[in-house]
Ligand binder design. Sequence first.
Ligand SMILES: CC(C)(COP(=O)(O)OP(=O)(O)OC[C@H]1O[C@@H](n2cnc3c(N)ncnc32)[C@H](O)[C@@H]1OP(=O)(O)O)[C@@H](O)C(=O)NCCC(=O)NCCS
Ligand SMILES: [Zn+2]
Length: 397
Amino acid sequence: MQNKMPVKVLEFLFDALTDQSPRSRTVGRTRGAIELSQAILGKGWAYISQLEDLLLETDHRARRIDIEAFTTYFELPIRSVFQKPRFVTAGAAGFRALSAMDAAALLVHLDDIGFNTDPMLLIEGLLPTLASATHVTGSEWTVLAYQRLQQKTQTTIRADAIDKDGEWTSSKLKDSSGRRLEFTRVGVQPFQLQVSGSKYLKPRHEFVTCEYCGYEYTKGDPEAALTHRAEHARVRQCIDPTRLKQLQDRLLAVAEPELVIGSSPIWMHRQIYERAFRFKREMQFDFTQWEGSARHKNTCPESQAYLFADHTAACGSGAIVGACAFWKDETRWRLRWVWVCPKMRRAGVLARRWPQFLTRYGDFELDLPLSEAMATFIAKYGSDWQKNSIKGLKADE
Ligand SMILES: CC(C)(COP(=O)(O)OP(=O)(O)OC[C@H]1O[C@@H](n2cnc3c(N)ncnc32)[C@H](O)[C@@H]1OP(=O)(O)O)[C@@H](O)C(=O)NCCC(=O)NCCS
Ligand SMILES: [Zn+2]
């Protein structure tokens, strides 16, 4: 939960919950608690004053509790509730109240953080009303799950302000029901309360890395599994490219079918972006050297890029086996990056384009650092000027 608690309410919690004297708690159900719960269930609403009384019946430490601060924090709506008038035109005095369901949820939340609230008093009466529900509110869910989750949750409440220069200190205690409470202060101000039930088990975050696409995710997390699937498919397009109809058509119809500039279609820009990203990943650079994104073209006039269409039968005609990008500095062009999919390396993909690049861009510079493969490539295919310019440079420097 992203909500924050006012510092003074957290101070109250620190005070109340560190009081572990036996007299603070009532053992067993009192008559008062039973009667109040029945009254709440009877009308379906819990007046705030009734809730205060009910809390005091089970835990004396709740005597200074600011209920409205907790309803705000746990997002439980307080409503004005009226006794139904005999004549609708008559005036009536309203009471501030929570629905019985929200009141039960509040008792569960307070129980979770260490108050002795006995939520079952209300829950027993509410469960039958949920038996045939197909949809539930957050509070109804809390009520349904209470018995299964009792003592198994962890709640963390943070203050809405922090003393930036203060020192962090924390103290811990275990209450009589086995809950573990941790109070953290920054400076003199309370900052965080964390309460773990006696049966709370830390979720084991088992990280796995997909060897194919490099995506790291938490095992068993369905959300992460979906994101991984999308990422995996994206990466596969680059690493194991297959025939792409759009590029295949272009190879037959356009003079410079592989060139990507501002006027080229967006799909070409997207394909360049994906490969700029793969290059960044593989070389472990911090930035993607491409001014476009998956949605936006790179329209910088200084930029010219190329998609490499497969010239062999390995991936199929129109398959994109690599890409590169050039940038024009003041007067000279520069090769910013070049990436060929691993299975098509050493197959002459770059070599067969190099003479054409030299014709178009002259003695273009090379962005450093050079990979070992690239340094060997230049030694063999670079112009004399390029060979000279990398002399003395060790690979990856
Ligand atoms: C560097 C890279 C772009 C080369 O593209 P390529 O299409 O595989 O290169 P080519 O097949 O045209 O290679 C031509 C020559 O370059 C040299 N070369 C290329 N890769 C090499 C490697 N891994 N090790 C040694 N020499 C290599 C060889 O002399 C090769 O000729 P040969 O295969 O007949 O021996 C490609 O390996 C790649 O994408 N690597 C990962 C990204 C990268 O390093 N980019 C350059 C950053 S500066
Ligand atoms: Zn994957």
